[in-house]
Design a protein around this ligand. Structure first.
Ligand SMILES: Nc1ncnc2c1ncn2[C@@H]1O[C@H](COP(=O)(O)OP(=O)(O)OP(=O)(O)O)[C@@H](O)[C@H]1O
Ligand SMILES: [Mg+2]
Length: 464
């Protein structure tokens, strides 16, 4: 937090009640600002954040989850808000949502920005050229093109491969030395954060990465702040340094979950499917910050957990609406051993247009989607009457669909220790050619060999 209270004697009042993370202070002195940090007399390490006002009281969040708070303690203003370090000094570093180092490096106090205040720069979706970034993952490059400045959601239930796919994306797209990455870990396993840190260190990507973590052991207050903290860092690089940023989040659903827990803690009543509309407004505020301006771009990959495998969950819907592409991972596909376990029919992208991907790719995608739809309905017929009863044309489509499903499966570099096989990287051209060969009836095995392992294309920009 790096808060050095300027004046300690600007008394706000005394603590009136304590419940969970909620602290109510009766205002008898100065009225603090929203989101201001308040200090508690006698405990310089403890901070309360102003959440909202209720009559003559100010409702605060006990940020440090301190157990030393008691009713009657004196609370004072600090004139500070939660801030995180920004700029080149933060590269290669790992921070908490409060901007405190989680690695062995020093505390950074020189250049910090409050996390609750968006940079204010207007987002920009002008007529700039849409640049395709190659990921080397066949199904992503083909169905949900990864476009600079846009957002892709990796949506799936528990254990279907969201984290592994996000890591593979980091591995494949951050190799371009010019790109700057920000990683935001929200409410997931602590072990996964450590593993990612070690991997990035080994592959030399860490020096161009800034990481923020508020994992599942943190309080909901901290978990709900890590997204805004990472967004603050990204906005600085985008607007002040004019950089293009790759922004990875695992897992954005946990952001909503943290906000929900926090509002329950503060005694606010949820509505729609257990979520309050205010929470969705906060999500939109965060997503708006992760957009592109005329200074630079933010391209994001966001893993989205689906509670109880229910795609219609209001939070999942609210997140999906913010994405340009939604890659849906399915349990049944994962169970059949296909990786990444993509549901080819539920996956959608607004970026799959002839202007962005070109005519050849666009038409091919239409054909694949039609065949996959037919496959879905033929599966039911086959279950009843068997494959032999199909017309020759239907049988050919059915078999091609099966080949396509297999074709989109590939080995991951980051899962080498799990599968025992080296990772594969396919150029977009290899992917398109492979699909054309399948649709023309050539055997799937002979389609595109992976590109000479494991170097990605010279530049990550795919030519159209
Ligand atoms: N590409 C892959 N190759 C081999 N195994 C994989 C691959 N992807 C996922 N797995 C297996 O599936 C497991 C779960 O994957 P992962 O942790 O990515 O799921 P998740 O969707 O992030 O789960 P959670 O919702 O619990 O965070 C992995 O531990 C691994 O065993
Ligand atoms: Mg995960």
């Amino acid at each position: 937090m790096a808060t050095k209270p300027k004046i300690m004697d600007e008394k706000v009042g005394v603590i009136q009640s304590l419940r969970g993370l909620m602290v109510e202070v009766e205002v008898t002195g100065e009225r603090p600002e929203e989101k201001e940090l308040l200090s508690v007399e006698g405990y310089p390490e403890v901070f309360l954040e102003v959440s909202f006002f209720r009559a003559d009281r100010v409702v605060c969040i006990n940020l440090t989850n301190a157990q030393v708070l008691r009713c009657g303690q004196i609370v004072s203003r600090t004139h500070n808000k939660v801030s995180v370090p920004v700029g080149p000094a933060t590269m290669g570093r790992v921070f908490s949502a409060l901007g405190e180092p989680l690695d062995e490096g020093p505390v950074i106090n020189e250049k910090r920005l409050p996390i609750s205040e968006p940079s204010g720069t207007k987002s920009y979706r002008g007529s700039q050229k849409l640049e395709l970034l190659e990921t080397g993952l066949k199904v992503i490059d083909f169905l949900t093109p990864f476009v600079k400045g846009r957002k892709i959601g990796i949506v799936g239930g528990a254990g279907v491969g969201k984290t592994v796919l996000t890591m593979e994306m980091i591995n494949n797209v951050t190799r371009n030395a010019k790109s700057l990455s920000i990683y935001c870990g929200v409410g997931e396993r602590i072990r996964e954060g450590n593993e990612l840190y070690e991997t990035l260190k080994e592959t030399g990507v860490l020096k161009n990465t800034v990481m923020f973590f508020g994992q599942m052991d943190s309080t909901p207050a901290i978990r709900s702040m890590v997204g805004p903290a990472a967004a603050t860092a990204a906005e600085y690089f985008r607007d002040v340094e004019g950089r293009d940023i790759l922004f990875f989040v695992d897992n954005i659903y946990r952001h909503i979950q943290a906000l929900t827990e926090l509002s329950t803690n503060l005694g606010l009543i949820p509505s729609e499917g257990g979520y309050s509309p205010k929470i969705f407004a906060e999500l939109r505020r965060l997503e708006d910050r992760l957009s592109s301006t005329d200074k630079g771009t933010i391209t994001s990959v966001q893993a989205v957990y689906i509670p109880a495998d229910d795609l219609s969950d209001p939070a999942v819907q609210a997140i999906s609406q913010q994405m340009d592409s939604v890659l849906v991972l399915s349990r049944s596909v994962a169970e059949s051993g296909i990786r990444p376990a993509v549901d080819l029919l539920k996956t959608t992208s607004s970026l799959l247009t002839p202007q962005i991907v070109g005519d050849r790719h666009y038409k091919l995608a239409g054909r694949v989607q039609a065949i996959m739809q037919k496959y879905d309905s033929l599966k039911n017929i086959i279950a009843i009457v068997g494959e032999n009863e199909l017309s020759p044309a239907d049988r050919a489509d059915y078999q091609n669909a099966q080949k396509l499903v297999q074709f989109f499966s590939q080995d991951f570099t980051v899962a080498e220790h799990l599968s025992g096989k080296p990772g594969q990287y396919f150029t977009l051209e290899q992917t398109l050619k492979g699909i054309e060969e399948i649709l023309e009836g050539k055997p799937a095995e002979k389609t595109a060999e992976p590109k000479e392992e494991k170097e990605p294309a010279e530049t990550s920009t795919a030519s159209k």
